[in-house]
Design a binder for this molecule. Structure first.
Ligand SMILES: Cc1ncc(C[n+]2csc(CCOP(=O)(O)OP(=O)(O)O)c2C)c(N)n1
Ligand code: SF4
Length: 263
């Protein structure tokens, strides 16, 4: 057992039942293991966007930077280019990065810059009390859409694959061991990695039961095959009632942006 203490003095203000607790525990376990495997804690830099997800930085005793809403990616890119030896990990919300900061996300994937995105995808704006986001299902009723949304969600993993991301995975905040392992693999991947974490907002979009019935772990999937990855990613489109795959959809080694940029 490691004695690494990643906790802080900050009082936790997430709602009871929030899926962010599972993500926090998985991240602590992943960082503790990576540290025990030889990565010094000072080599990690955490960055967040704005939202309930961003409070995770208050609860982790690790070097970190609070960015603006939708602007976590450019901040992280700057940190990575200033010191390519650090492991830069972004915590972002679906509103934060699939909505407000989507253009930065696309370009980070296109460049294959070596940063890791952990998306707390609760499919709602949590902190601002329940407006719809790009991954809310059609007909979602919230503060901004009392009569239900009139548009279909986008599939962020499909967009990221098309944009050039070299590591794409999905996890549920309920399956701690798998989530911890995927976070570790994403951090160790050299290039742009993204884990879409299905995190339930207990207060504004409580779909624990729905996910519990549908989320399954992929067993015989080959993540080296682009077309297979695309098919698997399209199995669930964030709107249908299809089974929801978790695990690594796609993984490929390609030159990174910093290798080319800092040559
Ligand atoms: C430019 C800008 N627009 C709007 C806001 C208000 N705002 C703060 S948090 C937030 C939503 C966060 O939602 P999400 O990224 O999904 O994170 P969650 O709270 O669900 O974790 C918004 C709209 C802001 N801070 N900055
Ligand atoms: S509003 Fe939702 S996402 Fe935010 S802390 Fe509460 S349950 Fe979690």
């Amino acid at each position: 057992m490691s004695t690494l203490n990643l906790g802080t003095y900050a009082a936790n203000t997430w709602c009871p039942g929030c899926g962010n607790f599972g993500i926090l525990n998985a991240v602590k376990a992943a960082l503790t293991e990576l540290n025990a495997e030889g990565i010094p804690m000072e080599n990690f830099v955490l960055v967040c966007g704005i939202g309930c997800h961003g409070k995770i930085l208050d609860y982790l005793n690790v070097n970190s930077f609070y960015s603006l809403h939708g602007r976590a990616v450019p901040a992280a890119e700057g940190i990575k280019l200033a010191n390519p030896n650090v492991k830069v990990i972004i915590f972002s919300g679906d509103g934060d990065s699939y909505g407000e900061g989507i253009e930065h996300l696309i370009f980070a994937a296109k460049r294959n810059i070596d940063i890791t995105m952990l998306i707390h995808n609760n499919r709602v704006y949590g902190l601002t009390t329940g407006q719809y986001t790009p991954t809310s299902p059609l007909g979602f009723k919230g503060r901004s859409t009392p009569a239900g949304t009139k548009e279909s969600p986008l599939n962020p993993l499909e967009l990221m694959l098309a944009s050039g991301a070299t590591f794409l995975a999905r996890a549920s905040s309920r399956h701690l061991d798998l989530l911890k392992n995927l976070i570790k693999k994403a951090i160790l991947h050299k290039g742009f990695s993204l884990v879409d974490i299905l995190q339930v907002c207990f207060t504004y979009y409580n779909v624990y039961e729905y996910y519990d019935k549908r989320v399954y772990e992929m067993k015989d999937h080959n993540p080296g095959d682009f077309n297979l990855a695309l098919n698997k990613i399209k199995e669930w489109d964030y709107n249908s009632d299809n089974p929801i795959a978790s695990g690594i959809f796609y993984e490929k080694q390609l030159p990174t942006f910093e290798e080319r940029f800092l040559k």
